[in-house]
Design a binder for this molecule. Sequence first.
Ligand SMILES: [Zn+2]
Length: 341
Amino acid sequence: MIEFSEIDLGARAPDISDGGKWKSVPLVQRVDPLTLKTCRILTGVKLQPESPPDLAEITDSGGFCPFCEDVFERVTFEFERDVIPVGRLRKNKAAIVPNIMAYSGYSSVGIYDTTRHFIKLGQFTKELLTDALSLMVEHAKAVRLARPDLAWSSISANYLPSSGSSVVHPHLQSSHDFQPMLGQNEWVEGAKRYFHETSRPYFDDLVSQEKNSSRYVGTTGSVTWLTPFAPRGFQEVWGVFSDIGDIVQLSDENTSDLAEGMIRVFKYYDAHNFSAFNYSLVGGGPESSSMGFRLVFRILVRSNPDRHYRSDVTYFERLLEEPLLDVSPEEVAKAARDYFN
Ligand SMILES: [Zn+2]
């Protein structure tokens, strides 16, 4: 059994609705069993957006965009031919090119649709996501073949400027390194520790345990969707793969299963007035198979890009590394589940 631990922080505060009378307020700290990282969950306070943001000003194409079809092949570069013989990877409306900003040993940027400067959350289709993801997998396989030492792979995305994205045209990015990133390493080390203690793959146990819990969201083929017991951010949802532990092991069927679930999460977010998000699909590195690591897709929402938006990253997250959440994972799962039925 994976143990979930929750600590009542015994918070007290004056009640505004009762003349400022001091009362006990529900506030808990939760510990993630894999990384031992903590978060705190408030009860009753809801800082959720009441209406969808007006994205027109941000998303009007106006100026120059390197990912729009009219200039795309002129202003982006080809991959080195000894790694990707065709130079540029394209499939229907999706395309993958090298990222000119080297943030990893090999990094790439993928565009879901070069013919549309902006795609609203509710306008994404399974086909667009499947095409872009499968190109990312094709690129990852080619990189791994040319450079087997770059065994730490991930596919991630920022969507809209308030999530950290510098280009509005919706895109995704990949990283292939011989060194893991901190978060990737923590996950792998946690899974390794669990495997040594129990001889069982952590994420397989997590899925079988959580399938009967209030955090279960749904299943799309090879991917089980759930909310994490101790999230790192708002409205966080995980898609956990069965059997595979690395990006290069993804089959066409796997990417289609992932895209199917992503569309459902996008629809859920859209219906609840969220717009910006980050996601990451993290591979388990060179020892992923021997410890039964499982590929996990993680997505969470960021502040809506309103004119005077409040950042969702405060000193709690940035300096104390303890996310402060106003909605519990159980409430998120309950609401998201409607989009998986
Ligand atoms: Zn564009």
